[in-house]
Design a protein around this ligand. Structure first.
Ligand code: AMP
Length: 426
């Protein structure tokens, strides 16, 4: 009988992001922060744990997320808590809780972090996944929507993504949606018996949700249902036309998708999604829209809102496929020192180069030159600096360009300037 202890594995649907992956994730996040900052967005960090009612009230009690996907538990004091399945509700909760509406003007906020949904795991779909999200609170002007989509296009360009589709729709306001829902219910009455169980239920409880049913056999029926765009009130129609017009002016291509209602109940007017053909079945890598009534649903003052949630896991799959963004974690310098006498010089040099913000590695024990250079090569170092007895004697270090294989002797005091110049040029 073996005494071997069974290793513990990560929870189904969760995964470890290893250093070979995180370097690119960081690059993507850095680009997001830079682009968001250029549009005057600032970061908000909200808790991962929230009261369950927050999501039931905002995302919607009859959505897939709330009915079957949330990680909900009773805390020790019997309060029902949920690991956030999305963060817009949290951002709006924080906005209300901290009276941000008392500060005049428009609030532009972004967040980056993990979300939790108990879905069936597959490529691009996880139970813990990550979203980069941004929200604008305090204006329903159509320019907000268009400028926001322009910002997303800039961000995607910065991470090397140019092949994607922007799908655009309007889900109207409570007023015109109520009219549309009557028409939709009537149409569904005639066809719902031939649809899946979920659709039969939703046809009664929440008919809009029928439109994003994914069951293959239901698709031909859904195709023939009336379109919400044909039932918008004049104000919503004008809003939609303005957004579309501004997108054209800004040169941002889009496709009208009359069935795009998104899987959350809080949306009003503009809804959008971006898809990429390289992603397979889970092809939507971001989605969002307007949520003008959400603040009131959560007990706050009327505050129009607009936002996006970018599925970072899927975005990264697409970024990797596109192959244009490079991870920024190559080793700049390996310091190879030989003999105890060289240790001090190597230690000081490593510290000085690191203070310049360059990535440096060195041998921790005295090692033969061949072994150290082999290691430098394996680590992908741009330069190796060699300090041995001979170099200590002359006060000049050997600096080897690893890719070119060329080696130069550089005065110890000039090494920093030399590296700076070479690394800038390269
Ligand atoms: P949503 O919050 O449902 O509007 O989703 C926004 C984006 O998050 C989607 O377009 C996906 O890219 C991503 N996403 C949603 N659910 C998952 C999941 N279970 N795994 C990975 N990404 C997801």
């Amino acid at each position: 009988m073996s005494n071997r202890v069974e290793p513990i594995r990560s929870v189904k649907g969760t995964r470890d992001l290893l250093p070979r992956e995180t370097a690119l994730w960081q690059r993507v996040e850095d680009e997001a922060r830079r682009v968001f900052a250029a549009y005057n967005f600032r970061e908000i960090r909200t808790p991962i744990l929230e009261q369950t009612t927050l999501f039931a009230r905002s995302v919607g009690a009859d959505t897939d997320i709330v009915t079957k996907e949330m990680y909900t538990f009773q805390d020790r004091d019997d309060e029902s808590l949920t690991l956030r399945p999305e963060a817009t509700a949290s951002v709006v909760r924080a906005y209300i809780e901290h009276n941000l509406y008392n500060e005049r003007g428009i609030h532009k906020l972004y967040y980056i972090g993990p979300m939790f949904r108990r879905e069936r795991p597959q490529k691009g779909r996880y139970r813990q996944f990550y979203q980069i999200g941004a929200e604008v609170l305090g204006s329903d002007h159509p320019t907000i929507d268009a400028e926001f989509l322009e910002m997303l296009a800039l961000f995607l360009g910065r991470v090397g993504l140019t092949e994607y589709n922007l799908l655009l729709n309007s889900v109207g306001c409570p007023k015109c949606r109520a009219e549309y829902l009557k028409v939709l219910r009537q149409a569904l009455d005639k066809v719902k018996d031939g649809m899946c169980g979920d659709c039969q239920r939703r046809a009664v409880t929440n008919p809009l949700r029928v439109l994003d049913c994914k069951v293959e056999a239901d698709q031909p029926i859904i195709e023939k249902l009336p379109h919400i765009l044909d039932h918008l009130c004049p104000e919503c129609r004008q809003h939609f036309d303005c957004v579309a017009g501004e997108l054209q002016q800004r040169g941002i291509p889009y496709e009208i998708a009359p069935r795009l209602v998104r899987g959350l109940d809080y949306y009003t007017r503009t809804t959008f999604e971006m898809t990429s053909s390289v992603l397979g079945a889970q092809n939507a890598f971001l989605g969002g829209g307007r949520y003008d009534g959400l603040s009131e649903m959560l007990g706050g003052p009327p505050t129009p809102g607009f936002g996006v949630a970018i599925g970072e896991d899927r975005l990264l799959l697409a970024v990797e496929q596109a192959g244009k963004l490079k991870a920024d974690d190559a080793l700049d310098v390996f310091i190879a020192w030989m003999g105890d006498a060289a240790r001090d010089s190597a230690t000081q040099l490593a510290r000085a180069i690191r203070q310049q913000g360059l990535r440096v590695e060195s041998n921790y024990e005295p090692a033969r030159l061949k072994k150290s250079l082999g290691l430098a090569n394996k680590l992908g170092a741009r330069f190796a600096i060699i300090i041995g007895e001979g170099e200590l004697g002359t006060g000049r270090w050997q600096v080897k360009d690893m890719a070119a294989g060329q080696q130069e002797e550089v005065e110890a005091g000039r090494v920093l300037a030399y590296l700076r110049e070479k690394l800038q040029k390269g």
